[in-house]
Each structure stands twice: as structure tokens, then as C-alpha cells.
Design a protein around this ligand. Structure first.
Ligand SMILES: CC(C)(COP(=O)(O)OP(=O)(O)OC[C@H]1O[C@@H](n2cnc3c(N)ncnc32)[C@H](O)[C@@H]1OP(=O)(O)O)[C@@H](O)C(=O)NCCC(=O)NCCS
Length: 168
């Protein structure tokens, strides 16, 4: 990975670049069941929710990718579980940016009191499966036909990583 890559908390000024990277991920149809593009304003609203939300930047400040937490469940018992999303600009992939972001997100989540990160990865998303394995996530199992994307059933791999005391 280029040593110039830096990870920091996202700010409102990053919203437009984050939206562009996320919308590219939506268009690729490998990362999410979401199909409608998000605006910078919608991304700014995510930021205002106050959960861990990081961006990776190049030395010139260009946003290379982002990782963020959203709530796993409305149930109080699961308040310490975060569902994460991670997206890297296509031009910056395969250089360790995703792994750095995911490791830093886990550290930020632990610092914020979360005890687990979890996500569902399409079983066809080999890059994300490799990333999660490499970043210490366990593959819990495959959830068959977990949703439809463009009318086609998708299987998802449930991945998780324990944090802090829960990991010991
Ligand atoms: C998944 C994604 C975030 C990975 O980011 P990245 O910066 O390219 O990943 P990294 O370079 O940090 O690689 C992490 C590990 O995954 C492996 N990997 C990355 N892309 C891979 C690919 N296409 N095929 C196989 N392995 C791959 C790397 O070799 C590395 O393994 P290692 O640590 O054992 O050497 C990126 O491909 C992406 O943004 N995809 C579109 C959005 C998406 O799918 N998000 C995840 C939704 S669940």
C-alpha cells in the first residue's frame, strides 16, 4: 500500500466524494441491494448520525474510499453491534486501502463502545470476501436468497468480527 494513504474521520466536505464512490458501488451491482443513487445531502445526513465514519485519502487529499457504521437493529440488546459498509474508488482498489479502512473502522467502533461488526456480503463478491477474511472477520454462514437485486435472488455471506472484551 502506498505510504501516503491516510485514514481520518469523514466530514461534511467529503459528502460529495463519498456519494460518488458509493454510487459507483451501487452501479456495479456487487456490493449492495440498493439501486438508487445517493446525493451528497443524503451522505451528509448519515454523517450527522454521529457513528464511526472514516475516509481514506491520498497525499493530495483525494478521497480513495470510505467505511462507516449503521445500526444493526433497533433492539436495545443489539445496540453494541454495528453493521458496516466499505467502498473504495475503482482506481484505488487492490492497494490495501480497503483493509486499512476496515481495520481503522474496527478500532474506531471499539473505541465508541461497539462489541461487534457485522455485514452481509454477496457470495459473488470475491473482493469483499477476501477483504473480510484478511481483516479478521469470521464467515458465519450463507443466507440463501436473502434478497432480490434487479429481480434475481442473491445469497449473502454473513461475516462478523468481535471487538474489545468480546474478542478476548
Ligand atoms: C471490496 C473492496 C472494498 C476491497 O477494497 P480494496 O482496497 O480493493 O482491498 P485491499 O486492496 O485492501 O485488499 C484486501 C484483501 O483482499 C484481497 N482482494 C482485494 N480485491 C480482490 C479481488 N478482486 N479478488 C480477490 N482478492 C481480492 C487482497 O488481495 C487483500 O488480501 P491480503 O490482505 O490477504 O493480501 C473494493 O473492492 C470495493 O470497493 N468494492 C466495491 C464495493 C464493495 O463490494 N464493498 C463491500 C460490500 S460488502
Amino acid at each position: 500500500m502506498p505510504s501516503a494513504v491516510h485514514v481520518r474521520p469523514a466530514t461534511a466536505d467529503d459528502a460529495s466524494a463519498v456519494a460518488t464512490i458509493y454510487n459507483h458501488g451501487i452501479a456495479e451491482r456487487q456490493a449492495t441491494f440498493e439501486t438508487h443513487a445517493r446525493s451528497a445531502k443524503e451522505v451528509a445526513a448519515w454523517l450527522e448520525e454521529g457513528r464511526p465514519f472514516l475516509v481514506a485519502t491520498a497525499s493530495d487529499g483525494t478521497i480513495l474510499g470510505f467505511a462507516r457504521l449503521s445500526p444493526y437493529s433497533v433492539r436495545k440488546a443489539y445496540a453494541g453491534i454495528g453493521e458496516h459498509g466499505i467502498y473504495v474508488d475503482p482506481q484505488a482498489r487492490g492497494r490495501g486501502v480497503g483493509k486499512l479502512l476496515l481495520q481503522e473502522l474496527a478500532a474506531a467502533a471499539e473505541q465508541a463502545g461497539y462489541y461487534k461488526l457485522t455485514s452481509r456480503v454477496f457470495t459473488t463478491n470475491h473482493a469483499s470476501l477476501a477483504l473480510h477474511r484478511s481483516a479478521g472477520f469470521t464467515e458465519v454462514g450463507i443466507q440463501r436468497r436473502h434478497g432480490r437485486l434487479d429481480g434475481e435472488w442473491k445469497d449473502t455471506m454473513l461475516v462478523e468480527r468481535l471487538l474489545g472484551d468480546a474478542a478476548r
